[in-house]
Design a protein around this ligand. Structure first.
Ligand code: ADP
Ligand code: MG
Length: 583
């Protein structure tokens, strides 16, 4: 300022000097006001920055119009702005002006002053376009004035300054806007995520609550355990992690949580550890029944893996089935007992004929012995006859003891013993027992036994019992039939049905027969039509045959009488003879 003052002082043309000084002063004032723009613009939106810029330019440089076109809209702000020196009617549209100025708004350098048709009114106007930024990355400004000297070098300088200030402010506004947008986006995402988490937590809490309620209220015992392995991944123990309230009732174990099973029951069976170990390793759930001898209980168990595989955690849902097992065992015993009683009863029915059967050879034994005695001392040459008589004694005695052996076998309380059987042998053994009874009742027994009969797997005594019962029933049914027609036929053959081979035994009589409506009732326990009958024979026979995997039923004959049949599966090999469930 001082230097300027001095220069003006030495000027000879004082008037010119005055104008110059005023001009300079106003220019400096303009520069200073431009310097303050950034302060006004701080934190403003691009639209407001551009509006202020245009306002300042029009009034400072006494322009007819100023126009800005931004390269991009920021957050939906307009890209074109217009400021006119005075209001005009009709107001020219910013878009029209933009279109008229279009050719000057290119990327090329347009420093030289240009004279164009005034887009904001009549006549001509001088325009000064300039870029915001090195290229037009932010936008373009066009200043227009009708003054002939527009733009003066000072004005060009001011325009550039204002442009630069605006550029920085607009870049800042854009950055701020981006920042706000990013912050807004982040906030939205955080809010979304929080909402999701809250919902998930609530769902989790709900399902946990349900699970808890179930866990607490079920009658079944429930626990989770951690299976413990040795260094060879062999399961050696398990530790209780959680137990439900029913656990103690179901096991008798108190305060199981945190304790190891071996610690609680050192003799707990090995298979428990093996099963849980396998589930922990493979993740395959298992359902099984097992005994826990040390707890004096039987359990029905469903166990499955929970948590991560590495945690080796197994959940166990179980129920004490000791009582059920005990009643099953009692039932099995009762059935065996009943079968025995029925056997003995049948033997009772046969007692008279068996006594006769035994008596006959014994009488012969006595006779032969007497004969031998009388033959011995007197006449030595008759020794040959003595030998024959003695041989017969032996035969008869053997016969008697065979019969007795069979009776004893049937009457015996023998445990079930499965073996490979030829059903023809079973038929023959029953015939030997029933022979005399049939003779006494004038019943002819015929057999029709197939030569190719596969073996079956079964208990000899039980199958004899079934067949004997059918034979006795058949004979009973023929009591009232005339003697010549009392024929009983025992058949044995094998048949193939749906690709499965089965052996079939039939007992056909020509007796009273069975009425169709009666057919199923015959097999009911205690159903009998006989004064001395027990009504247990067929019921027990059916359970024996079913326990052998077979079927027992009755069919009416074409003629008089009925046929009772049973089928049995053919035995695979001796090894397939597993124990029967019935005693
Ligand atoms: N072969 C048969 N013919 C006609 N009815 C029969 C025959 N076998 C059994 N029944 C009928 O079935 C009933 C039940 O037989 P079963 O269970 O052996 O008991 P029980 O011989 O003690 O009567 C017999 O009382 C009889 O009425
Ligand atoms: Mg009977």
């Amino acid at each position: 300022m001082d230097r300027l003052q001095r220069r003006i002082d030495v000027s000879e043309d004082a008037k010119h000097g005055d104008t110059e000084i005023r001009h300079l002063r106003s220019s400096i004032n303009d520069l200073i006001s431009l310097q303050t723009l950034p302060v006004i613009w701080d934190g403003r939106e691009s639209g407001s920055i551009v509006s202020t810029l245009l306002d300042v330019l029009v009034s400072m440089l006494r322009l007819d119009f100023a126009y800005v076109r931004l390269s991009h809209s920021i957050n939906g702000s307009p890209v074109e702005f217009l400021q006119l020196a005075q209001r005009r009617a009709p107001q020219p549209q910013v878009l029209e002006i933009g279109r008229a100025l279009d050719r000057w708004l290119t990327n090329e350098s347009v420093d030289t002053p240009l004279v164009v048709t005034n887009p904001a009114g009549g006549g001509e106007v001088r325009i000064a376009p300039f870029r915001l930024g090195l290229t037009d990355e932010i936008g373009m400004v066009v200043a227009g004035s009708k003054r002939a000297d527009f733009p003066t070098p000072t004005e060009t300088l001011l325009l550039r300054m204002a442009g630069n200030q605006a550029l920085v402010a607009l870049q800042e506004a854009r950055r701020l806007h981006e920042q706000k947008r990013a912050a807004g986006e982040l906030e939205r995402r955080v809010a979304d995520r929080t909402a999701q988490l809250t919902a998930a937590n609530e769902a989790l809490r709900q399902s946990e609550k349900k699970y808890r309620t179930l866990f607490e209220s079920i009658d079944e015992g429930f626990c989770t355990v951690e299976v413990l392995f040795d260094e060879n991944t062999h399961p050696i123990d398990y530790r209780f992690l959680e137990v439900n309230p029913s656990f103690e009732k179901q096991t008798g174990i108190q305060d199981a949580r945190g304790r190891r099973m071996r610690e609680i029951a050192p003799h707990h069976e090995e298979h428990w550890f093996e099963i849980y170990g396998r589930i922990a390793l493979t993740g395959e759930p298992v359902r099984f029944e097992n005994q826990a001898a040390q707890l004096h209980r039987w359990y029905d168990v469903y166990a499955f893996r929970v948590g991560e595989p590495g945690e080796r955690k197994v959940a166990i849902l179980f129920k004490d089935i000791t009582e059920h097992k005990q009643s099953e065992e009692a039932l099995r015993k009762a059935q065996a007992e009943l079968a025995h009683v029925s056997r003995v009863t049948t033997m009772g029915e046969l007692a008279a004929s068996i006594a006769h059967e035994v008596n006959q050879p014994l009488t012969a034994v006595v006779n032969n012995a007497n004969a031998s005695l009388s033959l011995l001392p007197k006449d030595v040459p008759k020794l040959e006859e003595v030998r024959e008589a003695l041989a017969e004694i032996i035969d008869d005695a053997n016969r008697a003891s065979d019969v007795i052996a069979r009776v004893r076998q049937l009457a015996k309380r023998a445990p079930v013993e499965k073996s490979l059987l030829d059903l023809r042998d079973v038929v023959q053994e029953v015939l030997a027992l029933a022979r005399h009874e049939s003779a006494a009742r004038h019943v002819t027994i015929r057999t029709d036994l197939s030569r190719h009969l596969p073996s079956v797997c079964g208990d000899r005594v039980q199958l004899q019992q079934v067949l004997l019962n059918l034979v006795m029933n058949g004979m009973d049914a023929m009591n009232l039939v005339e003697e010549a027609k009392r024929v009983l036929i025992i058949g044995a053959c094998c048949e193939v049905q749906a690709g499965v081979t089965r052996t079939l035994v039939s007992v056909q009589d020509s007796g009273t027969g069975v009425k169709p409506g009666q057919m199923d009732r015959l097999f009911e326990a205690f159903y009998t039509t006989k004064p001395q009958g027990m009504g247990m024979g067929l019921a027990i026979s059916r359970s024996i045959i079913e326990a052998h995997g077979g079927r027992l039923w009755a069919e009416p004959n074409q003629g008089p009488g009925a046929t009772f049949l049973f089928s049995l599966p053919v035995a695979g090999d001796a090894a397939s003879c597993a124990p029967l469930p019935m005693g």
